[in-house]
Design a protein around this ligand. Structure first.
Ligand code: FES
Length: 157
C-alpha cells in the first residue's frame, strides 16, 4: 500500500470508528430522552390480586399486591392493599384500606360487620360508607374485574 493510500485509509477508518461510537452513544441517549414521552396514557392498568374464590360472600377479604409506579424516569415499588367484597359471587367491589380521615389503615371487624379505623374510631359499612367517626367520606373504591377466576384491580380510579 502506498503512503498516500495508508493515510487515506487511516483517515477513513478514524471517521468510521468515530461515527460508530457516536451512533452507539446517540441511540440509547435518544431512546432515554423519548421513552417517557412515548409512554401510553389513559389505559387502565390491571393488577392481579388473587383468586376470586378466596372472597366469602358478604365478608371483605384483604388482598395485597406489589406495584411499580413510574413517574418520568423514576420508578418506585409500593404495596397496595385492597378489600374485595361480593354479595352474590358475581359482582365484586374493591375498597382501599386507607382511612379517608388521616390515612390510617382500616381493618375488617367480622363480629361488628364493619371496617374500623383505630386512629380516631372511624367506622365504615361493608360497602365503604361512613357509619361513625370523623372520616369525611367513604372508603375510596377501585374498579375490580374477575377473569379466569382471578381478581384484578385498577388503581387509576
Ligand atoms: S385516621 Fe381514621 S378515623 Fe382518623
Amino acid at each position: 500500500m502506498a503512503p498516500m493510500d495508508r493515510r487515506k485509509f487511516l483517515s477513513r477508518a478514524t471517521v468510521a470508528i468515530a461515527a460508530a461510537i457516536g451512533i452507539g452513544w446517540a441511540v440509547p441517549g435518544v431512546a432515554y430522552v423519548l421513552s417517557p414521552a412515548k409512554k401510553k396514557t389513559g389505559e387502565a392498568e390491571w393488577i392481579v390480586l388473587g383468586a376470586a374464590d378466596r372472597v366469602d360472600i358478604g365478608t371483605p377479604s384483604l388482598f395485597k399486591a406489589k406495584v411499580t409506579k413510574t413517574s418520568g424516569w423514576v420508578s418506585t415499588e409500593a404495596e397496595v392493599a385492597v378489600y374485595v367484597v361480593t354479595h352474590d359471587g358475581r359482582e365484586f367491589r374493591g375498597f382501599s384500606n386507607v382511612c379517608t380521615h388521616l390515612g390510617c389503615r382500616v381493618r375488617w371487624v367480622a363480629d361488628q360487620n364493619e371496617f374500623f379505623c383505630p386512629c380516631h374510631n372511624g367506622v365504615f359499612s361493608v360497602d365503604g360508607q361512613v357509619v361513625a367517626g370523623p372520616p369525611p367520606r367513604g372508603l375510596d373504591e377501585f374498579p375490580v374485574k374477575v377473569e379466569d377466576g382471578q381478581i384484578f384491580v385498577s388503581l387509576e380510579a
